[in-house]
Design a protein around this ligand. Structure first.
Ligand SMILES: [Zn+2]
Length: 397
Protein backbone atom coordinates (compact mmCIF):
# COMPACT_ATOMS: atom_id res chain seq x y z
CA UNK A 1 0.00 0.00 0.00
CA UNK A 2 1.07 3.56 -0.73
CA UNK A 3 -0.22 6.97 0.18
CA UNK A 4 0.44 10.01 -1.99
CA UNK A 5 -0.36 13.51 -0.75
CA UNK A 6 -0.04 16.55 -3.01
CA UNK A 7 -0.99 20.24 -3.17
CA UNK A 8 -4.11 19.22 -5.06
CA UNK A 9 -5.81 16.02 -6.11
CA UNK A 10 -7.87 16.50 -9.29
CA UNK A 11 -10.15 13.49 -9.32
CA UNK A 12 -11.80 14.09 -12.74
CA UNK A 13 -15.19 13.46 -11.17
CA UNK A 14 -15.77 17.04 -10.16
CA UNK A 15 -13.50 17.26 -7.10
CA UNK A 16 -10.42 19.38 -6.65
CA UNK A 17 -9.06 18.49 -3.20
CA UNK A 18 -6.52 20.85 -1.64
CA UNK A 19 -3.77 18.91 0.20
CA UNK A 20 -5.62 15.73 -0.70
CA UNK A 21 -4.28 12.18 -0.45
CA UNK A 22 -4.79 9.00 -2.42
CA UNK A 23 -4.17 5.55 -0.95
CA UNK A 24 -3.61 2.69 -3.37
CA UNK A 25 -2.87 -1.01 -3.03
CA UNK A 26 0.04 -2.82 -4.69
CA UNK A 27 -1.93 -3.21 -7.93
CA UNK A 28 -2.74 0.51 -8.10
CA UNK A 29 -6.37 0.09 -7.03
CA UNK A 30 -7.68 3.13 -5.16
CA UNK A 31 -8.52 2.27 -1.55
CA UNK A 32 -9.22 5.75 -0.28
CA UNK A 33 -9.30 9.39 -1.35
CA UNK A 34 -8.80 11.76 1.59
CA UNK A 35 -9.83 15.37 1.98
CA UNK A 36 -8.13 17.01 5.01
CA UNK A 37 -11.09 19.37 5.41
CA UNK A 38 -13.13 16.36 6.32
CA UNK A 39 -11.42 15.41 9.60
CA UNK A 40 -13.63 12.41 10.25
CA UNK A 41 -12.12 10.84 7.13
CA UNK A 42 -8.59 10.80 8.56
CA UNK A 43 -7.08 7.36 8.09
CA UNK A 44 -7.25 4.83 10.83
CA UNK A 45 -3.58 4.11 11.64
CA UNK A 46 -4.26 0.43 12.25
CA UNK A 47 -6.00 -0.10 8.91
CA UNK A 48 -3.10 1.50 7.04
CA UNK A 49 -0.26 0.21 9.25
CA UNK A 50 2.06 -0.75 6.35
CA UNK A 51 1.52 2.46 4.47
CA UNK A 52 4.41 4.11 2.61
CA UNK A 53 3.55 7.81 2.60
CA UNK A 54 4.92 10.34 0.13
CA UNK A 55 4.31 14.09 0.22
CA UNK A 56 4.56 15.61 -3.24
CA UNK A 57 4.68 19.07 -4.68
CA UNK A 58 2.18 19.44 -7.52
CA UNK A 59 -1.15 18.00 -8.61
CA UNK A 60 -2.19 14.34 -8.64
CA UNK A 61 -4.54 13.34 -11.45
CA UNK A 62 -5.73 10.06 -13.02
CA UNK A 63 -3.72 8.27 -15.72
CA UNK A 64 -4.11 9.87 -19.15
CA UNK A 65 -6.26 8.48 -21.97
CA UNK A 66 -4.84 9.09 -25.45
CA UNK A 67 -7.84 8.78 -27.77
CA UNK A 68 -5.94 9.19 -31.04
CA UNK A 69 -2.69 7.53 -31.99
CA UNK A 70 -1.28 5.41 -34.85
CA UNK A 71 1.24 3.12 -33.14
CA UNK A 72 2.11 1.45 -36.46
CA UNK A 73 3.47 4.76 -37.85
CA UNK A 74 6.00 5.22 -35.01
CA UNK A 75 8.93 4.40 -37.33
CA UNK A 76 8.13 7.59 -39.30
CA UNK A 77 9.37 9.79 -36.45
CA UNK A 78 11.28 12.76 -37.90
CA UNK A 79 10.91 11.34 -41.43
CA UNK A 80 8.25 13.73 -42.71
CA UNK A 81 8.91 17.48 -43.08
CA UNK A 82 6.66 19.72 -40.98
CA UNK A 83 4.38 22.47 -42.21
CA UNK A 84 3.68 21.25 -45.74
CA UNK A 85 -0.05 20.65 -45.31
CA UNK A 86 -2.20 17.55 -45.03
CA UNK A 87 -2.06 16.29 -48.61
CA UNK A 88 1.75 16.47 -48.79
CA UNK A 89 1.81 14.72 -45.40
CA UNK A 90 -0.48 11.89 -46.59
CA UNK A 91 1.71 11.37 -49.68
CA UNK A 92 4.81 11.13 -47.49
CA UNK A 93 3.13 8.60 -45.19
CA UNK A 94 2.11 6.49 -48.18
CA UNK A 95 5.64 6.65 -49.57
CA UNK A 96 7.44 5.81 -46.32
CA UNK A 97 5.09 3.62 -44.30
CA UNK A 98 6.13 0.27 -45.78
CA UNK A 99 9.36 -0.43 -43.95
CA UNK A 100 10.96 -3.61 -42.71
CA UNK A 101 8.45 -5.24 -40.34
CA UNK A 102 10.92 -5.65 -37.48
CA UNK A 103 11.78 -1.92 -37.66
CA UNK A 104 8.06 -1.08 -37.53
CA UNK A 105 7.54 -3.35 -34.51
CA UNK A 106 10.63 -2.04 -32.68
CA UNK A 107 9.52 1.57 -33.15
CA UNK A 108 5.98 0.69 -32.01
CA UNK A 109 7.34 -1.01 -28.86
CA UNK A 110 9.42 2.08 -28.04
CA UNK A 111 6.41 4.34 -28.59
CA UNK A 112 4.30 2.13 -26.33
CA UNK A 113 6.98 2.40 -23.60
CA UNK A 114 7.16 6.19 -24.10
CA UNK A 115 3.39 6.50 -23.59
CA UNK A 116 3.63 4.53 -20.32
CA UNK A 117 6.45 6.79 -19.10
CA UNK A 118 4.35 9.84 -19.92
CA UNK A 119 1.48 8.63 -17.75
CA UNK A 120 -0.83 7.31 -20.47
CA UNK A 121 -2.87 4.26 -19.45
CA UNK A 122 -5.17 3.70 -22.42
CA UNK A 123 -5.04 4.41 -26.14
CA UNK A 124 -7.55 4.63 -28.98
CA UNK A 125 -5.23 3.46 -31.76
CA UNK A 126 -5.78 3.59 -35.50
CA UNK A 127 -4.62 0.43 -37.27
CA UNK A 128 -4.51 -0.17 -41.01
CA UNK A 129 -2.81 -3.53 -40.57
CA UNK A 130 -2.19 -6.14 -37.87
CA UNK A 131 1.50 -5.24 -37.48
CA UNK A 132 0.97 -3.72 -34.00
CA UNK A 133 -0.85 -6.76 -32.52
CA UNK A 134 2.28 -8.25 -30.90
CA UNK A 135 3.32 -5.00 -29.16
CA UNK A 136 -0.21 -4.31 -27.94
CA UNK A 137 -0.78 -7.84 -26.67
CA UNK A 138 2.37 -7.54 -24.54
CA UNK A 139 1.72 -3.97 -23.39
CA UNK A 140 0.62 -2.74 -19.96
CA UNK A 141 -1.55 -0.18 -21.73
CA UNK A 142 -5.18 -0.74 -22.66
CA UNK A 143 -5.73 -0.49 -26.42
CA UNK A 144 -8.92 0.06 -28.35
CA UNK A 145 -8.01 -0.75 -31.96
CA UNK A 146 -9.78 1.22 -34.66
CA UNK A 147 -9.40 -0.89 -37.79
CA UNK A 148 -9.42 1.95 -40.25
CA UNK A 149 -10.58 1.70 -43.84
CA UNK A 150 -9.92 3.83 -46.93
CA UNK A 151 -11.92 3.55 -50.15
CA UNK A 152 -13.35 6.54 -51.99
CA UNK A 153 -14.30 4.42 -54.98
CA UNK A 154 -17.81 3.03 -54.28
CA UNK A 155 -17.07 -0.07 -56.40
CA UNK A 156 -14.48 -1.24 -53.87
CA UNK A 157 -16.62 -0.86 -50.74
CA UNK A 158 -17.34 -4.59 -50.22
CA UNK A 159 -13.75 -5.70 -50.84
CA UNK A 160 -12.29 -3.03 -48.52
CA UNK A 161 -14.74 -3.94 -45.81
CA UNK A 162 -14.03 -7.69 -45.96
CA UNK A 163 -10.32 -6.98 -45.75
CA UNK A 164 -10.96 -4.94 -42.58
CA UNK A 165 -12.94 -7.83 -41.07
CA UNK A 166 -9.93 -10.11 -41.64
CA UNK A 167 -7.56 -7.63 -39.94
CA UNK A 168 -10.01 -7.24 -37.05
CA UNK A 169 -9.91 -11.01 -36.40
CA UNK A 170 -6.18 -10.79 -35.72
CA UNK A 171 -6.68 -8.20 -32.95
CA UNK A 172 -9.08 -10.35 -30.93
CA UNK A 173 -9.61 -10.52 -27.95
CA UNK A 174 -8.60 -6.84 -27.71
CA UNK A 175 -11.30 -4.21 -28.16
CA UNK A 176 -11.78 -3.31 -31.83
CA UNK A 177 -14.06 -1.47 -34.20
CA UNK A 178 -14.00 -0.97 -37.94
CA UNK A 179 -13.83 2.75 -38.57
CA UNK A 180 -13.77 5.19 -41.51
CA UNK A 181 -10.56 7.14 -42.18
CA UNK A 182 -12.06 10.46 -43.29
CA UNK A 183 -14.82 12.08 -45.34
CA UNK A 184 -12.45 12.47 -48.31
CA UNK A 185 -11.29 8.85 -48.34
CA UNK A 186 -14.43 6.80 -47.63
CA UNK A 187 -17.36 6.47 -50.04
CA UNK A 188 -20.97 6.69 -48.90
CA UNK A 189 -21.32 2.98 -49.69
CA UNK A 190 -18.39 2.09 -47.43
CA UNK A 191 -19.71 4.41 -44.70
CA UNK A 192 -22.99 2.50 -44.78
CA UNK A 193 -21.26 -0.87 -44.36
CA UNK A 194 -19.33 0.53 -41.39
CA UNK A 195 -22.49 1.95 -39.85
CA UNK A 196 -24.32 -1.36 -40.16
CA UNK A 197 -21.47 -3.22 -38.47
CA UNK A 198 -21.15 -0.56 -35.73
CA UNK A 199 -24.88 -0.72 -35.01
CA UNK A 200 -24.88 -4.51 -34.76
CA UNK A 201 -21.83 -4.59 -32.44
CA UNK A 202 -22.61 -1.32 -30.60
CA UNK A 203 -19.09 -0.17 -31.40
CA UNK A 204 -17.50 3.26 -31.29
CA UNK A 205 -16.18 5.06 -34.39
CA UNK A 206 -13.32 7.49 -34.92
CA UNK A 207 -13.06 9.78 -37.96
CA UNK A 208 -10.31 12.21 -39.04
CA UNK A 209 -12.41 15.34 -39.38
CA UNK A 210 -11.67 18.63 -41.19
CA UNK A 211 -7.94 18.33 -40.62
CA UNK A 212 -7.41 20.49 -43.73
CA UNK A 213 -9.63 23.14 -45.31
CA UNK A 214 -9.15 21.29 -48.62
CA UNK A 215 -11.62 18.72 -47.26
CA UNK A 216 -14.29 21.43 -46.99
CA UNK A 217 -13.45 22.77 -50.47
CA UNK A 218 -13.92 19.30 -51.90
CA UNK A 219 -17.32 18.84 -50.29
CA UNK A 220 -18.62 22.38 -50.83
CA UNK A 221 -17.50 23.03 -54.41
CA UNK A 222 -15.65 19.91 -55.63
CA UNK A 223 -12.52 22.03 -55.83
CA UNK A 224 -9.11 22.25 -54.20
CA UNK A 225 -6.01 20.08 -53.93
CA UNK A 226 -7.83 16.80 -53.29
CA UNK A 227 -8.83 16.74 -56.99
CA UNK A 228 -5.15 16.65 -58.07
CA UNK A 229 -4.46 14.10 -55.38
CA UNK A 230 -7.18 11.73 -56.69
CA UNK A 231 -5.91 12.33 -60.21
CA UNK A 232 -2.41 11.24 -59.21
CA UNK A 233 -3.87 8.15 -57.55
CA UNK A 234 -5.70 7.37 -60.81
CA UNK A 235 -9.03 7.62 -59.02
CA UNK A 236 -11.99 8.71 -61.13
CA UNK A 237 -14.34 10.70 -58.92
CA UNK A 238 -16.78 11.78 -61.64
CA UNK A 239 -19.56 10.22 -59.54
CA UNK A 240 -18.88 12.68 -56.68
CA UNK A 241 -21.15 15.74 -56.63
CA UNK A 242 -20.38 18.94 -54.71
CA UNK A 243 -22.53 19.01 -51.57
CA UNK A 244 -22.70 22.79 -51.01
CA UNK A 245 -21.79 22.25 -47.37
CA UNK A 246 -18.78 21.29 -45.30
CA UNK A 247 -17.63 17.67 -45.08
CA UNK A 248 -18.81 17.21 -41.50
CA UNK A 249 -22.35 18.24 -42.44
CA UNK A 250 -22.30 15.69 -45.26
CA UNK A 251 -21.02 12.84 -43.11
CA UNK A 252 -23.22 13.31 -40.03
CA UNK A 253 -26.49 12.36 -41.79
CA UNK A 254 -24.93 9.05 -42.95
CA UNK A 255 -24.22 8.06 -39.34
CA UNK A 256 -26.95 7.08 -36.92
CA UNK A 257 -27.51 8.34 -33.40
CA UNK A 258 -26.78 4.85 -32.05
CA UNK A 259 -22.98 5.11 -32.30
CA UNK A 260 -20.56 7.15 -30.25
CA UNK A 261 -18.39 8.88 -32.82
CA UNK A 262 -15.06 10.61 -32.17
CA UNK A 263 -14.35 13.50 -34.53
CA UNK A 264 -10.58 13.87 -34.55
CA UNK A 265 -8.66 17.13 -35.24
CA UNK A 266 -11.54 19.50 -36.17
CA UNK A 267 -9.01 22.11 -37.25
CA UNK A 268 -11.34 23.63 -39.86
CA UNK A 269 -14.66 22.98 -38.12
CA UNK A 270 -16.71 26.18 -37.89
CA UNK A 271 -19.60 27.32 -35.76
CA UNK A 272 -22.19 26.25 -38.34
CA UNK A 273 -20.73 22.72 -38.29
CA UNK A 274 -20.90 22.63 -34.50
CA UNK A 275 -24.55 23.72 -34.49
CA UNK A 276 -25.32 21.22 -37.24
CA UNK A 277 -24.11 18.32 -35.06
CA UNK A 278 -26.28 19.55 -32.21
CA UNK A 279 -29.35 19.71 -34.42
CA UNK A 280 -28.82 16.16 -35.62
CA UNK A 281 -28.66 14.80 -32.09
CA UNK A 282 -25.63 12.60 -32.75
CA UNK A 283 -23.38 11.17 -30.04
CA UNK A 284 -20.28 13.12 -31.05
CA UNK A 285 -17.10 13.45 -29.00
CA UNK A 286 -14.40 15.85 -30.20
CA UNK A 287 -10.73 14.94 -30.01
CA UNK A 288 -8.01 17.60 -30.24
CA UNK A 289 -4.44 16.74 -31.28
CA UNK A 290 -2.91 20.24 -31.33
CA UNK A 291 0.76 19.21 -31.68
CA UNK A 292 -0.03 17.29 -34.88
CA UNK A 293 -2.15 20.16 -36.24
CA UNK A 294 0.77 22.54 -35.79
CA UNK A 295 3.16 20.00 -37.32
CA UNK A 296 1.08 19.29 -40.43
CA UNK A 297 -0.97 22.42 -41.15
CA UNK A 298 0.55 24.96 -38.75
CA UNK A 299 -2.99 25.67 -37.55
CA UNK A 300 -5.10 24.98 -34.47
CA UNK A 301 -8.81 24.21 -34.07
CA UNK A 302 -11.10 26.95 -32.77
CA UNK A 303 -11.28 25.29 -29.38
CA UNK A 304 -13.52 28.00 -27.92
CA UNK A 305 -16.33 26.96 -30.31
CA UNK A 306 -16.57 23.61 -28.55
CA UNK A 307 -16.31 24.46 -24.88
CA UNK A 308 -19.77 25.87 -24.17
CA UNK A 309 -22.03 23.05 -25.33
CA UNK A 310 -21.38 20.33 -22.77
CA UNK A 311 -19.57 18.29 -25.45
CA UNK A 312 -17.37 15.36 -24.53
CA UNK A 313 -13.90 16.66 -25.50
CA UNK A 314 -10.89 14.32 -25.52
CA UNK A 315 -7.18 14.60 -26.33
CA UNK A 316 -4.91 12.65 -28.63
CA UNK A 317 -1.27 12.70 -29.67
CA UNK A 318 -1.71 11.42 -33.24
CA UNK A 319 1.34 9.45 -34.39
CA UNK A 320 5.09 10.03 -34.20
CA UNK A 321 4.90 10.78 -37.95
CA UNK A 322 3.42 14.17 -37.00
CA UNK A 323 4.54 14.62 -33.40
CA UNK A 324 7.89 14.66 -31.62
CA UNK A 325 6.52 12.78 -28.62
CA UNK A 326 3.47 10.89 -27.42
CA UNK A 327 2.57 12.94 -24.37
CA UNK A 328 -0.88 14.16 -23.34
CA UNK A 329 0.62 16.80 -21.03
CA UNK A 330 2.33 18.40 -24.04
CA UNK A 331 -1.00 18.53 -25.89
CA UNK A 332 -2.50 20.24 -22.83
CA UNK A 333 0.40 22.71 -22.79
CA UNK A 334 -0.20 23.80 -26.40
CA UNK A 335 -3.89 24.30 -25.64
CA UNK A 336 -3.10 26.24 -22.44
CA UNK A 337 -0.66 28.52 -24.30
CA UNK A 338 -3.09 29.26 -27.11
CA UNK A 339 -6.35 29.30 -25.14
CA UNK A 340 -5.42 30.83 -21.77
CA UNK A 341 -9.01 30.70 -20.52
CA UNK A 342 -8.80 26.91 -20.21
CA UNK A 343 -8.54 25.65 -16.62
CA UNK A 344 -6.25 22.82 -15.60
CA UNK A 345 -9.21 20.94 -14.17
CA UNK A 346 -10.95 20.96 -17.57
CA UNK A 347 -7.81 19.99 -19.47
CA UNK A 348 -7.28 17.08 -17.07
CA UNK A 349 -10.88 15.95 -17.59
CA UNK A 350 -10.37 16.06 -21.37
CA UNK A 351 -7.19 13.99 -21.01
CA UNK A 352 -8.68 11.43 -18.59
CA UNK A 353 -12.36 10.75 -17.85
CA UNK A 354 -13.74 12.03 -21.17
CA UNK A 355 -11.51 9.67 -23.15
CA UNK A 356 -12.37 6.81 -20.79
CA UNK A 357 -16.09 7.49 -21.29
CA UNK A 358 -15.70 7.55 -25.06
CA UNK A 359 -13.78 4.25 -25.08
CA UNK A 360 -16.26 2.72 -22.62
CA UNK A 361 -13.63 2.02 -19.93
CA UNK A 362 -14.76 4.57 -17.34
CA UNK A 363 -15.82 1.94 -14.81
CA UNK A 364 -12.12 1.17 -14.34
CA UNK A 365 -10.20 4.21 -15.61
CA UNK A 366 -10.41 7.99 -16.07
CA UNK A 367 -11.09 9.22 -12.52
CA UNK A 368 -9.73 8.87 -8.99
CA UNK A 369 -12.45 6.98 -7.16
CA UNK A 370 -12.37 4.16 -4.65
CA UNK A 371 -12.36 0.78 -6.36
CA UNK A 372 -11.01 2.02 -9.70
CA UNK A 373 -7.50 1.38 -11.06
CA UNK A 374 -7.04 4.53 -13.16
CA UNK A 375 -3.26 4.98 -12.87
CA UNK A 376 -1.97 8.07 -11.05
CA UNK A 377 0.11 10.96 -12.41
CA UNK A 378 1.86 13.82 -10.68
CA UNK A 379 1.85 17.10 -12.60
CA UNK A 380 4.56 19.40 -11.23
CA UNK A 381 6.08 22.75 -12.15
CA UNK A 382 2.72 24.53 -12.50
CA UNK A 383 2.32 28.27 -12.09
CA UNK A 384 -0.82 28.80 -9.99
CA UNK A 385 -2.47 25.77 -11.64
CA UNK A 386 -1.47 26.92 -15.13
CA UNK A 387 0.68 24.70 -17.36
CA UNK A 388 4.00 26.28 -18.33
CA UNK A 389 7.05 25.07 -20.33
CA UNK A 390 8.46 23.85 -16.99
CA UNK A 391 5.46 21.62 -16.22
CA UNK A 392 6.25 17.91 -16.09
CA UNK A 393 4.37 14.66 -15.62
CA UNK A 394 5.58 11.75 -13.50
CA UNK A 395 3.81 8.43 -13.40
CA UNK A 396 3.10 7.49 -9.76
CA UNK A 397 1.12 4.29 -10.36
ZN1 LIG B 1 -4.57 10.40 -37.17
Amino acid sequence: MKKFTADYVLTSNGNSIKNGSVIIDDKGKILKVENPENLSEKPNQETYANLKAEKLSGVICPGFINTHCHLELSHLKEKIPAGEGLIAFIKQVQKNRNADESAVIDAAAKADEEMQQNGIVAVGDISNSAVSVFVKTNSKLYYHNFIEVFGFDPKNADAVFSNALAIQEQFKPMATSITPHAAYSVSKELFKLIRKEAESKNSVLSIHNQESDEENKLYRYKQGSFLDFYDQLGLDISYFKPQARNSLQSVIPILSNKQNVLMVHNTYTNMKDVYFTRRFDRKISWCFCPEANLYIENALPKVDLFTHHGFNITLGTDSLASNKSLCILKEMRILQENFPFLELENLVEWGTINGAKFLGIDREKGSIEEGKTPGLNLISGLDYLKITPETKVRKLA
